[in-house]
Design a protein around this ligand. Structure first.
Ligand code: 4AD
Ligand code: MG
Length: 431
């Protein structure tokens, strides 16, 4: 290996008709080997794609000893191909084994022998040698980049707040607690309180970070550790935040289809996820819709999973549910002046799936204390937070976007575990 300048390697993507006759040095893994006796064909792949190599003589004999998925260096010449499925092939002149793969392997990453999701997750690194799977994570990286670019263009400042915290962020019982030296600590369930405080000096902030939730949910959309894109902005109203979210969703999806279509093709040709506009439907209208479908549901009740599935049949794509009952939302959400039973809040849905929750926040410290008491929380546990509200806290609004759920939509995956490298749920704590 040290004998070669690896930066001179040719990537699979750049092997085409324009370089017929040229020599190449290629580094990648053997995906397939067909031994026809006097001649053999190998399919080799790197992070950019694959090509077919033709082998004869000594090299053919050597390849019989090299298991599939082993990493090799190939030297050869690019030639026109007679095979229908390839424009060019490589006449292999030398093969060097860099790293030998075990035989058999726990899963077949080519997908010819299919494996359950659980088995694939147990061998995740190997699973990524499947192109569709690796393209999920390339799309994930592209989407994160595009979201950062979008928010930065709107003057948001990226921040990092602690994930080890001393008290419950939002109230509720779904926290993981642990020993922290001589104290009790928790893993943050969201950066909610920090991001609100930070609007005091930075005005517009966002954070892309893990949330930890000890919810014993066994579904295809819940994990114990997931990534959220949180944002918070001084002076904005929840309707302004919805405008931003709508623009972010549309611009991210259309950029992926325009500039990263090679990846997006792995998830089907249809661009049906891209909206022109995202409708805003009130919670009360959702109740009417559900009642017209025979659901028994009264004002103030949360929308259960079966209700959301029914709503998802009426609204199968992106839509906002706005103005939720105040009692269903956390203490920090502001209510409407004219009707305190309704809050200035929204959820962004994709069919049955909740993607974003957000709203206008209560920024008056006295009223915030009362809201804590109304929700059965102890204001003294929130004293660090409440003090910031005495220092000239601007009115502010924000939201949290469940990034893994957004990835499910982008890649048309039905299970959140597909789009998370090493998912954590009630059962899974490894690899
Ligand atoms: O709706 P949630 O709980 O909202 C908050 O945490 C607020 N602090 C956000 C705000 O700014 N008001 O969580 C935000 C999003 C949800 O809409 C959902 O998409 C996702 O996070 N989410 C989960 N994703 C995967 N697994 C779980 N267990 C999730 N719980 C919520
Ligand atoms: Mg929510």
């Amino acid at each position: 290996m040290n004998n070669y300048d690896i930066l001179k390697r040719t990537f699979a993507v750049s092997i085409d008709k324009s370089n017929i006759g040229q020599n190449l040095m290629f580094v990648g893994w053997i995906e397939d080997f067909r031994d026809m006796g006097k001649i053999g064909f190998i399919s080799v792949r790197d992070m950019t794609g694959n090509f077919q190599g033709v082998v004869t003589g000594e090299i053919l004999i050597k390849l019989r000893e090299i298991p599939r998925q082993s990493v090799v260096i190939i030297h050869g010449v690019i030639k026109e191909s007679k095979a229908e499925s390839f424009q060019v092939e490589v006449k292999v002149e030398k093969v060097e084994l860099l790293s030998k793969a075990a035989n058999p392997l726990p899963i077949d990453p080519t997908g010819r022998v299919s494996s359950s999701l659980d088995k694939r997750l147990d061998s995740r690194a190997l699973d990524l040698r499947n192109s569709r799977i690796s393209n999920i994570f390339k799309t994930r990286s592209n989407a994160l980049y595009l979201i950062r670019k979008f928010l930065t263009s709107k003057m948001f400042v990226e921040v990092n707040t602690p994930k080890i915290i001393g008290s419950a962020t939002e109230g509720g019982a779904d926290l993981f607690g642990f020993e922290y030296f001589s104290k009790k600590a928790f893993l943050a369930q969201s950066p909610q309180l920090y991001k609100e405080q930070l609007t005091l000096g930075l005005e517009r902030v966002f954070e892309i970070s893990p949330y930890f939730r000890a919810e014993p949910s066994h579904t295809v959309r819940h994990l114990s550790e997931f990534v959220s894109v949180d944002m918070e902005a001084a002076y904005l109203k929840y309707t302004d935040v919805m405008d931003f979210i709508e623009e972010l969703i549309i611009s991210t999806i259309s950029d992926l289809y325009t500039n990263h279509n090679i990846q997006m093709k792995y998830f089907g040709e249809s661009r049906d996820i891209l909206p022109d506009k995202i409708p805003r439907i009130s919670y009360e209208k959702c109740l009417e819709d559900l009642k017209s479908l025979g659901e028994k549901i009264e004002f103030g009740e949360d929308l259960s999973d079966p209700s959301l599935r029914k709503l998802g049949e009426i609204y199968p794509k992106f839509y906002f549910i706005v103005d939720w009952p105040t009692k269903l939302k956390p203490f920090y959400i502001l209510e409407h002046e004219k009707d305190p039973e309704l809050s200035k809040s929204f959820d962004l849905q994709y069919g049955y799936l909740e993607i974003v929750s957000g709203g206008t926040r209560e920024h008056d410290s006295e009223r915030l204390k009362n809201k804590l008491l109304e929700k059965g929380l102890n204001p003294s546990s929130f004293s660090d937070h409440l003090q910031a509200f005495e220092w000239g806290m601007p009115p502010h609004s924000g939201c949290g976007l469940g990034f893994d759920r957004f990835m499910m939509i982008l890649t048309k995956s039905t299970n959140i575990r597909e789009v998370v490298l090493y998912p954590r749920d009630t059962e899974r704590l490894s690899p």
